[in-house]
Design a protein around this ligand. Structure first.
Ligand code: ADP
Ligand code: ASP
Ligand code: MG
Length: 589
């Protein structure tokens, strides 16, 4: 018999009729000769409703009690679905996360799965039972072995399902939802978003962590690390949906499902150069003009960073391979001659990045990376981050020293360290999908001391309050007083606590001040072909400029370009970027 794990989300279980329809679908799979482990979310908007109830009692509800409350949502679904299956004559049994042996960390509200003790599940499967397991929850063994109910974080049922598939060696994990699969962007906002037949786990990880709610990013990470075949499809029809593909298979032992080291690997890219344009005009079209002329000049740009503007001027900094520096410099000089501003460059640099979905929601990780570099006396020239990757540009001579101390701190073995990774060009599209994240605000800390340890202090101050920073951008511009600016985004919910903590910190730095930006959204284009295609960033910036949308901040990684723009333009921007890459014509690859 083939073992399948099937997960049904809240939208697929919104009513009794839907639960009966899901039971019918499970019966069909069963009749086709499969063994089934079914994972379910809470019905419809139950989790939102429970959260609202709690907020009516307390502004900051106690984390343990919150897990106790939210876990009830899934318990309703498992029992009702089991009843519906029994009505169809299918032997079925419901299990909570605890009963299913899902062991997690003790961090309430964001617990990671440590292991799944599969004995009970396997025994029940041997007895011919169909198992209906509550997603999104588990149990921590607690201090002194006292069990506590934990939850994994919003959207976490996907993670429960993939973790079960990995632990049980299931043939496949199918995520059933209210859309036909993974689309080029959110179909609720872009009407002509197209279904992708397949997408790589790396691309999906970026999209999922930057707003594409269709999959929980940690589920993607587990599928990638354990080689789980993961498919996303509609619970309304019988079409094929989207298959996630990955190159790395079974590289981790089964023990630590969301293995305890939050960092998957470290990458060092040598022979990098930085070009910094400063005091250039801050208006729509400048970034487009710059990156269009670079691409016309044959320059392939890697990281691009634009911190928040100062008065009506802006800085844009980017990295290129050292051998492209002269060409890049010439192109920039031509532009500066017409628009004004200054240009500087530096070669002999190394880009160092740590990555892994475990970085998400763990603010201490970026902070300890910066602290490690600072302890080794290494100044960070540039920082660029996504939720799953933190990149720093440092002096080349310090590369090996940095590598040694970082691999020690994050306990990375040789297999996890890549020097000058070679990206395989498989003629993938430059942009496969676009995500919109409306849940962030932008903050800048102006005039911070330009010396090792500053970024680390900001991050650790927030990490102590369990606040995560995203899209951290350290400007290249040094003010006359040898200070710099650091900008970042953070979750809207964390706004007031972050402000309080930062104000206390910067009171130690003379002349430093906090600046909250306007309401913003993050919009990110993702594609594995991006590193091999010149001009992707230019196209995005042009599409925004044509709509007179100014870009507040830019941050990129190899396969992603993120722009931070005013909230009011978010949906329009998503539509224009979608059509500038002709994604509505996507006939899927
Ligand atoms: P479930 O309840 O099944 O877990 P979710 O609401 O968590 O469903 O996720 C499905 C939703 O994700 C879709 O209704 C869609 O609006 C949204 N979404 C955002 N980006 C994408 C995308 N790229 N592809 C498909 N759906 C997306
Ligand atoms: N019910 C939980 C939530 O709404 C988990 C999930 O749906 O995946 O976040
Ligand atoms: Mg979901």
């Amino acid at each position: 018999m083939t073992l399948l794990v099937q997960k049904f989300g809240g939208t697929s279980l919104g009513s009794i009729e839907r639960i009966k329809a899901v039971a019918q679908r499970i019966k069909t799979s069963k009749d086709n000769g499969n063994d089934l482990v079914v994972v379910v979310s809470a019905m419809g908007h139950t989790t939102d409703q429970l959260t609202k109830l709690a907020s009516e009692i307390s502004i900051q509800p106690h984390h343990r009690e919150m897990d106790m409350l939210l876990s009830t949502g899934e318990q309703v679904s498992i029992s009702l679905l089991s009843m519906a299956l029994k009505e169809l004559g299918i032997p079925a049994i419901s299990l909570t996360g605890t009963q299913a042996g899902i062991i997690t960390e003790s961090a309430h509200g964001r617990a990671r799965i440590i292991e799944i003790r599969t004995e009970r599940i396997n025994n029940l499967l041997d007895q011919g039972q169909t198992l209906v397991i509550a997603g999104f929850q588990g149990t921590s063994l607690g201090i002194g072995g006292i069990a506590e109910i934990t939850t994994l974080g919003r959207g976490g049922s996907d993670t429960s399902a993939v973790a079960l598939a990995a632990s049980l060696d299931a043939e496949k994990c199918e995520i059933y939802t209210d859309v036909p699969g993974v689309l080029t962007t959110d179909p609720r906002i872009v009407k002509n978003a197209q279904l992708m037949k397949s997408i790589s786990c790396d691309e999906m990880l970026e999209l999922a962590s930057l707003g594409a709610a269709v999959l929980h990013p940690r589920a993607v990470e587990i599928a990638r690390n354990f080689g789980v075949t993961l498919v996303v499809k509609s619970s309304w029809d019988n079409l094929d949906g989207t298959t996630l593909t990955s190159k790395k298979n079974n590289i981790y032992s089964k023990g630590g499902i969301e293995h305890r080291s939050p960092v998957d690997g470290l990458e060092l890219v040598e022979h990098q150069a930085v070009v910094a344009l400063s005091n250039i005009p801050d208006r729509p079209g400048i970034a487009a003009e710059l990156f269009e002329s670079l691409s016309e000049g044959g320059v392939n740009v890697d990281l691009i960073i634009q911190a928040t503007h100062q008065y009506n001027y802006n800085d844009i900094t980017f990295t290129v391979a050292e051998n492209e520096l002269n060409n890049a410099y010439e192109q920039c000089k031509k532009l500066i001659n017409t628009i004004g501003g200054e240009i500087s460059s530096q070669s002999n640099l190394t880009k160092l990045s740590i990555y892994g979905a475990g970085i998400m929601g763990r603010p201490g990780i970026a902070s300890s990376l910066f602290q490690t570099l600072s302890d080794s006396g290494i100044n960070i020239r540039l920082i660029a981050t996504s939720e799953v990757k933190v990149s720093c540009v440092i002096d080349a001579e310090l590369g090996q020293k940095a590598l040694r101390s970082i691999s020690e701190v994050f306990k990375l073995n040789n297999k996890q360290i890549t020097l000058n990774p070679i990206f395989e060009n498989n003629n993938e599209p430059e942009v496969r999908g676009i995500a919109l994240d409306k849940d962030q605000i932008q903050v800048s800390v102006k005039n911070v001391p330009d010396k090792p340890g500053t970024a680390s202090k900001i991050c650790s101050t927030l990490a102590d309050k369990n606040i995560s920073l995203d899209t951290i951008v350290q400007s290249e511009r040094s003010h006359k007083d040898q200070t710099k600016d650091i900008s970042f985004t953070l979750k809207k919910n964390d706004r007031s606590e972050a402000k309080y903590a930062l104000e206390e910190l910067i009171s130690n730095w003379k002349g430093s001040r906090l600046e909250e930006g306007n309401s913003i959204v993050r919009i990110s284009a993702v594609g594995s072909g991006m590193p091999f295609t010149k001009g992707t960033a230019g196209k995005i910036f042009r599409a925004l400029a044509n709509q007179k949308i100014n870009i507040e901040m830019i941050a990129t990684s190899e396969i992603r370009t993120t722009c931070i723009i005013s909230e009011k333009y978010g949906e329009k921007a998503l539509n224009v970027i979608h059509s500038c890459f002709e994604l509505e014509k996507n006939n899927s690859s």
